[in-house]
Ligand binder design. Sequence first.
Ligand SMILES: Nc1nc2c(ncn2[C@@H]2O[C@H](COP(=O)(O)OP(=O)(O)OP(=O)(O)O)[C@@H](O)[C@H]2O)c(=O)[nH]1
Length: 879
Amino acid sequence: MEEKDRKKHRKKYSGPKADKKKKRHLNDLGLGDEEDARKRNPKAFAVQSFVRMARTFHRTQDLKTKKHHIPVVDRTPLEPPPVIVVVVGPPKVGKSTLIKCLIKNFTRQKLVEIRGPVTIVSGKKRRLTIIECGCDINTMIDLAKVADLVLMLIDASFGFEMETFEFLNICQVHGFPKIMGILTHLDTFKNNKQLKKTKKRLKHRFWTEVYPGAKLFYLSGMVHGEYQKQEVHNLGRFIAVMKFRPLTWQTTHPYVLMDRVEDLTNPEDIRVNPKCDRKVSLYGYLRGAHLKNKTQIHMPGVGDFTVSDVSFLPDPCALPEQQKKRSLNEKEKLIYAPLSGVGGVVYDKDAVYIDLGGSHAHQDEEEEVRPNHELVQSLISTHSTIDAKMASSKVSLFMDSNPLGSEDLESHGFVMPKEEKQLDLKSGRIRRKAVFEEKENSDGESDEEDDQDEEMSEDEMAGSDSDEEGDAEEGSDKELPEQEADPRNVKRLKREETKEETVMELPAFADSDDDLEMSSVEEGETGLDESNKETDEEDEQESDEKESSDCDSESADKKLGEPTPCETSKESKELRGNHKQGLNLDKKVFSTVDSGNCTAEEVSESESESSSLDEDAEEDEEAEELHRKRVQSTQEVSTLRQAKLKAVEDDENLLKEEEEYEEKTDFSADTAGAVRWKENLSQKAAHAFLRQQQSTPNLRKLVYGTVAEKEEDDKDDGEEELGGLFHVSRPDKESKLKANGLDCSKFAVEVPQDWDLEEVMSSIRDCFVTGKWEADKDAAKLLEEDEELYGDFEDLETGVVHKGRPAVEEDEAVSEEEEKEEKEPKAEEEEEKKKRLDKKRKLKEMFDAEYDGGDATYFDDLKGEMQRQAQKYLSDIRG
Ligand SMILES: Nc1nc2c(ncn2[C@@H]2O[C@H](COP(=O)(O)OP(=O)(O)OP(=O)(O)O)[C@@H](O)[C@H]2O)c(=O)[nH]1
């Protein structure tokens, strides 16, 4: 029996013990651990795919970088003030219920009624001040300024309400505090599918309004008027460990969230004059920056005042003393909520209150506290004077400009959704539903599409429709006109739009090279209406091309001052014809340019000849200058030639395309029209050439000026002429060789060199670093000279001291050196090489060590710097 009761041993498969065992086992087998395996079999651990490796690397880097935020100096003191948690939401969404649940979760105390802020100790190092935000705009503005965390409650059964967006809008002004969405009333959903869908929709909308990935909690139901314990506990954990980023507005202003107010005015004075100046003592944790005595303060909704005195008070809700334990004990789970009539020992200006029995014991006292509460209430719920004033005020920036109202400014900032007032039948109150027009539609649509897609895959089998017909939420989607909702129709509409655009743009490109493209685009579009809309894009294009020859589309009617569609397509073909002709002519143009080059060379040559005859130095110089200029121009022309050659290639491609197109096109309908473009080709070509001639500048004239004319005269007798217009370019060999000597890329090599021949090899042997250079350019010599010049020096990296030779021995040394050089030049060279490599390696190592600095990055450095600053700040405070 005993054997049976005992728990059976369960083998560990993971964890430190299992790892230890595994390692021992491997060692027993003589395999060692993974590191040994890596050494033993490096190939097995080698990179399998570089692409995948690069991808994973980039991904990890992306993830790492995403987490980076510009570090800010954290000036929060060692014992920071409580985190302000603001609970926001429309009326009756469950704010008070949530606060009560949270307080109960943290302190095990139940608050019957919550008034004002409640401070609780949530952990060893954190306190929370939870405050409910009413739905009036002033409270929202005041609390948005001081909030560290916002719990944004949303009634899922109703959807988003205007209050939520009003608060978000306000938050934009002071820098966004952390915002967490909480969906309530989820228990009202009877249909699980509907619940899932609503959750998804609200989540996406919330992400759109706050930021993608913002945390959204779900409170799925109530048990005895409270939210589920586990859900609240999770939420509490989340809040307790959450990190906060200091907001600029908050860190640059001293501010106090009052949790208690005492009226210290003499009662007699009030009795005599109820409107006398009061002396009020305000209590609260100071946050943000230092508050100086006698400073000016602003009380929201009340006005500006001067502080008469500031003093420290013992912490009414102190953090537990540092002890090495994980959780708080019951005594340490403090709560401080003076306005709700709860608290421990309370120190006042003139008295000490000891709170003994929690909220119930002070039922009577509460009545007395009321006036204070009312005062605060009156402070908070002042009329929306500033708001109203702001709305009606107008600013004119310039003397003559129209004054700008708040409505002008609104358009630039946060876009508020449309408001729709709905009567809540249950409570009989009017709720302000937020309606998202296009966004909601599109989002909803995409969501619905997603869902439908999912559903379709399931439902298609059964052949049933989705069962979302009767949903109230889908009403807006249903309102969409059928045509727009159909993605294919949308696509068609888009294509029609682009068609209109291209037609309108066409005249601008009429005379450019682009009209070929444009015409093809147009051809593609013209048949669009006729094409089969059900087919996919490729099929459409094909059919379009076929039908374009029929030339009966409506789109061309929109073209102003353009020929009929039939003519247009023909003209485009003619243009292609022209283009083809132009292409041939282009080639000829190149040849004239080439001939220009060569003649230029000739002229320079003839000139240099004459100069040598005259032996006139000045003329020689001039000729040289001229020659240099021409070489330059030759280079320019060659680049031009390359560009043209590329154009030719492009044209040839186009030609091919066109031929293919012709093959594809069915000419049976209008064969005559299709062939007509080939008529008068030569005439069209001549026109096109002339047009091109006018547009292109005469390069030769630009470069050579009068010389060009002279050279033309010279050439007349020697050169062949083609059709009285063009010269055939045949550069003579000598000038070619000369040009080749300067830049061998200018002329194509007629016969490739045979590099196996010794003499060919030796012709370039000395062109390399290892070759025999002229004495003043030899690197080894120059190095030696340097050494001689600078004498002794100590290599700081290697610590080797290099000694220069004494001047007396110089001659001997030189002669010795020469001998040595002759004897063993190779050995010395190798030694030098070794030294050089050594030095290089050392330098590289040093650079690597400095640059990488292990894993430390710029970001880490920055963080370190911030840390140091924060430390200094703290020590300054203490000092
Ligand atoms: N069914 C259901 N009822 C809820 C839920 N959350 C809150 N309630 C109920 O809604 C009512 C209003 O809750 P409160 O916590 O008073 O709401 P509130 O936002 O504080 O209301 P005000 O402070 O008046 O704006 C209460 O009766 C709650 O029981 C929920 O998730 N489901």
